[in-house]
Design a protein around this ligand. Sequence first.
Ligand code: ADP
Ligand code: MG
Length: 476
Amino acid sequence: MSTLHTTVWESCLTVIRDNISSQAFKVWFEPIVPTKLENNVLTIQVPSHFFYEWLEQHYIHLLKKVIKKEIGPDATLEYSIVIENNSNQSTPYTVKLPTQNTSNLQNPSQSVPLQATEPQIRNPFIIPGLKKVTIASNLIPSHTFENFVEGECNRLARASGYAVANKPGGTAFNPLLIYGGVGLGKTHLAHAIGLSIKDQHPNKTVLYVQSEKFAHQFIDAIKNQTTNDFIHFYQMVDVLIIDDVQFFAGKEKTQDVFFSIFNHLHQNGKQIVLTSDKAPVEMQGMEQRLLSRFKWGLSADLTIPDLETRIAILEKKMYASGIELPKEVVEYLAYSINTNVREIEGALNTLLMQSSLNRKAITLDLAKQMVDKFVKNTAREVSIEYIQKIVCDYFDLPIELLKSKTRKREVVQARQISMYFSKKMTKSSLANIGAHCGGKDHATVLHACRTVINLSETDKQFRVYLEDLEKKLTIN
Ligand code: ADP
Ligand code: MG
């Protein structure tokens, strides 16, 4: 009987594993330890309060379903949260579920101090043979968590960054590796972590450095025969943030020195945060032993923000610069620039500059001209999403209907027109257009295009619609 909880939990995990990504499973379910099952209450032990909140926010429905299936309809779940404290009391903090409002919960870190005394040397920057060195953290003050808009595209990276900032060196996320394409917010997030650590733990030494700079410093150290000082310097920080580690690829000596610094810091419970433009598996020219260390902690990716997040980012930036843009301009920018956040920012800045230089009001027309002239590549092409929005606005239909399967006449017509313009104005495949328009297949899209062409030849009113819409969609 004593292992019943383990068996039950194993069965739960089997179902959970099939329902979420393997990365999420590894991060959020592997660390859980089932501790008891009594009176239909299954108790699971989780490593932190943050962990518990994350489960509550993201997996509670799945957990409830699985537990009821395995134990019965009256089953409930209880968490016990492991708290580390200095006095060696190991009374885990217990939270009973189902809970409605997590914010009402007492915060365990308030009742039991996580670290009453800092076991660190007061001033670690006295290096033998060197004068006292004060180091600047190299953090950009505006790159805070508050200024970093949350979205599906960055949820895991942001949340794990947040966890690391609350408890540097004290989470399973060590190293934390944030990866993703250019302009998606890796550097911003890395700074946010550093800033938040400095804010919450003022006596921790945080150091942000770009890999390129690290590599150059190292070369200088070799030249000046000061490699030991170089290594000591880096080994003495509490939090080391290295941006764009992919730069180390192919640089064996730099990788070796970084390897030894990494090991020293990790062994001493210091936090390491890395960013890279590639996932560890795709990093060519990086030593295996380093790659395997990158995988010790958590790798979280950043992807291209969805439309709502792009709008939220634009609004945040506008607010920061104290300027208000017409809603249609904001929407146009968010719809048409879907490459990365840096380009969105660039477009916004160019637009603001253009308007102040030429003393022109920021109108949709100006935005269109600007995007056409200044924004590179993909932005020149209207997107399927933008076409759908313009068509739906024109016919006064909610865009969700267009994406749904409904066969109401007006919706079908708007959907067919969207497909027609998507075929005509974007490089998307028929299958992709179909997928955006209520999950239709390529034959349906082709049929829609033919219907639109036929109607435009026979129906005068319909032709007017098309001409109006074409004008609205053309960027010039
Ligand atoms: P990367 O390092 O991935 O190339 P950056 O961190 O330099 O990208 O981000 C590019 C720009 O976009 C920065 O100015 C940053 O502030 C902004 N940015 C990126 N993601 C977000 C976000 N989620 N919210 C607000 N601004 C963002
Ligand atoms: Mg960067």
